[in-house]
Design a protein around this ligand. Structure first.
Ligand SMILES: NC(=O)c1ccc[n+]([C@@H]2O[C@H](COP(=O)([O-])OP(=O)(O)OC[C@H]3O[C@@H](n4cnc5c(N)ncnc54)[C@H](O)[C@@H]3O)[C@@H](O)[C@H]2O)c1
Ligand SMILES: [Zn+2]
Ligand SMILES: [Zn+2]
Length: 362
């Protein structure tokens, strides 16, 4: 019997989201039905609502989620009913050319549930193949990673996207290590996670850049040693001044704009690394003198999901959290109900929150 559940759906481009009753099928082979407990509001959900990802409306939004496995389909062995899991959008296939080369964290063919969730018979497009602003959701078994249930769902869920993306941008993609200097452009949930990741990895200078002083204050709590408000000073010059005139070893762009990418490009030292974790929209372009790309050397990298491997990284990050070495509680600005997601987008746009997190029993 399919399950009728309450969910947040984006019906049309740029329109406010609405609460709908959707149909979630019972799990088929390789699928898992999740009783969602919490799901964070990520900027990527807003990108979907604005039509900036693709036009496959209606979208079932939400993808930073944790919950319990309610039912498993045939052949599922990695999780069982009752397991506490974080959902991920990188269920590695094991077959694609990247997996075959031993790089599953870049899997080019990640799997999602085969059956579709529907609204009045119309197929829904789940955000990032998850769709967890819903009381229940259906995912591929590999999208559910079992973690220690001692972690609160509203905290654990955040590891499923923004926190992993930011931490991984610093630790995996940027390979930040002991003694590095790092600058992070954009101090939302993703940027602050990059700051926390740089701090955990042993960076000695961590420079936070944002347009909003409130964000910069919070960035210090995650380990920023210096802050720059780029609305009233040139961040490239300020970063050079803080690094002996040279620039940082690793510059992480966590906004998704050409202007901040360019700042990151020029704010790094010779042979340094730029990591793009912010998601640009399809119209955005950058223009850089090719001689600067060559002459400055180093590496320009994009970070998809923090180059994470959920089965390796999620349980490890939950353990660090439970040991008090990674402050995930600080990312939860407020807990809200499903009905409040549209308002949470506005709070995000106004810069008032790091993460609003939907909790189902609110
Ligand atoms: N690559 C990935 O796998 C991945 C995963 C999750 C999110 N993202 C992307 O990361 C980006 C950040 O996500 P978020 O949830 O932290 O968003 P957010 O809206 O919470 O944070 C963005 C921050 O950037 C700041 N900002 C805006 N314009 C700026 C500018 N010109 N200079 C400096 N700071 C500026 C804002 O004040 C805000 O603090 C988004 O583009 C999101 O889609 C990427
Ligand atoms: Zn693969
Ligand atoms: Zn996200």
């Amino acid at each position: 019997m399919p399950h009728s559940v309450k969910a947040v759906v984006a019906l049309a481009k740029g329109q406010p989201v609405s609460i709908e009753t959707i149909e979630v099928p019972d799990p088929g082979p390789g699928e898992v039905l999740i009783d969602v407990k919490a799901c964070g509001v990520c900027h990527t959900d807003l990108h979907y609502r604005e039509g900036a990802i693709n036009d496959e409306f209606p979208f079932l939004l939400g993808h930073e989620a944790a919950g319990f496995v309610e039912e498993v389909g045939e052949g599922v062995t990695n999780v069982a009913p009752g397991d506490f899991v974080i959902l991920n959008w990188r269920a590695v296939c094991g077959q694609c050319r990247s997996c075959q080369r031993g790089r599953p964290w870049l899997c080019f063919n990640t799997t999602t549930a085969t059956q579709k969730m529907t609204l009045n018979g119309q197929e829904l497009s789940p955000a990032l193949g998850i769709g967890a602003f819903a009381e229940k959701t259906l995912v591929a078994a590999g999208q559910a990673t079992k973690v220690n249930p001692a972690a609160r769902p509203e905290v654990a869920g955040l590891i499923g996207c923004g926190i992993m993306a930011g931490l991984g941008a610093a630790m995996n993609t940027g390979q930040v290590s002991r003694g590095d200097s790092v600058a992070v452009f954009g101090c939302g949930g993703v940027g602050d996670a990059a700051i926390a990741g740089a701090h955990l990895a042993g960076a000695h200078t961590i420079i936070a850049v944002d347009l909003d002083d409130r964000k910069l204050e919070i960035a210090k709590e995650f380990g920023a040693t210096h802050t720059i408000n780029s609305s009233n000073q040139d961040p490239v010059e300020a970063i050079r001044a803080l690094t002996g005139g040279h620039g940082v070893d690793v510059a992480i762009e966590a906004v998704g704009l050409p202007v901040t990418f360019e700042q990151a490009f020029y704010a790094r030292d010779l042979a340094g690394t730029v990591v793009l974790v912010g998601v640009p929209n399809p119209e955005m372009k950058i223009e850089l003198p090719l001689i600067e790309v060559f002459g400055r050397g180093g590496t320009l990298k994009s970070s998809w999901y923090g180059d994470c491997l959920p089965s390796r990284d999620f349980p490890m990050l939950i353990d660090l959290y439970l040991q008090g070495r990674l402050d995930l509680d600080r990312f939860v600005s407020e807990t809200i109900a499903l009905e409040d997601v549209e308002e949470a987008f506005h709070a995000m746009e106004r810069g008032e929150v790091l993460r609003s997190v939907v909790v189902m029993d609110k």
